[in-house]
Design a protein around this ligand. Sequence first.
Ligand code: GYE
Length: 340
Amino acid sequence: MKKRFLSTFALAGVAALTMAGCTTETGTTTEETAGETTTEAGGGEEAASDVITVGFAQTGAESGWRSANTESMQTAFSEDNGFELIFNAADNDPAAQISAVRNFINQGVDAIVIAPVVEDGWDDVLAEAASAEIPVILEDRTVSASEDLYASWVGLDFEAEGVKAGEWAAEQYGDTETKMVVLEGTTGSAPANDRAAGFASAIEGTMIETIDSQTGDFTRDGGKSVMEGYIANYGIDGIDLVFAHNDDMGLGAIEAIEAAGGVPGEDIKIITIDAVKDGMQALVDGKINYIVECNPLLGDQAADLVKKVLAGEDVDKAYYVEDQAFDQAAAAEVIDSRPY
Ligand code: GYE
């Protein structure tokens, strides 16, 4: 491990990186003077010993999406690709995740990658990383902190996902009285906030009424137990539609509906987000009615961003990965070729 970053980073934010000098991936010293660049061996080729140490603060292991994302990150940040990855999964606990990031700072890693559990509460630790001249790249979820405090983010447009799901609901069910319950993702997380907002805007003015909305924490068990509560309160007949912020909670809801003698996908329609294998299978089986994709394979882009930022290259603040959406027929066509 070695310092690869500029002292100006802390003062002027990441924008300074693109203008001021810093080490390339083959450089061996910390450059303190703007305008200077250390270059060796063709100015970018990795020397065998030039391993980039990255601390990755993952949210946890709450869903199929998360497993696919972790695998994608571990593959991209491999030794073969020139990385040493220090992996931490915070079990969905924001405080534990922040202390993992602090540990990375104390260890003097070259870069930190975070998939933030929640949006708020990041200002202090991101400022500490900046003072330690360790660049931070966000993947997956976003933060509410100033964008000067991190170098870049790669992920999905969660609000657009919510809009897509809501538009389909509006088109299918918007003209008849439809009682909807929502299984929310982790409270305070960007995808829960943004998917809720996107969906709500798309069903505005339709006859879809949200009769209840609670968090199932993005887990299958959480979705199942919240759905059991909904069924106990409203009955199978009192619920027409479930909007689950991810596949896993939708899959949990299927279990609850079936256990109560209902037919998921028919008695109660289900819309989810993610399009992981199990979700797509349930869609093909007619138990889920519509899925908006959320691509978890962000590892390559995240690794590329880390290398670019450490090399002082110009990067954008945000990189959005495209999502698709599937009804039953579309899912049946692609399910065998899906990589996750
Ligand atoms: O949709 C869900 C996971 O942050 C986009 O987190 C991610 C979400 C994903 O637990 O399944």
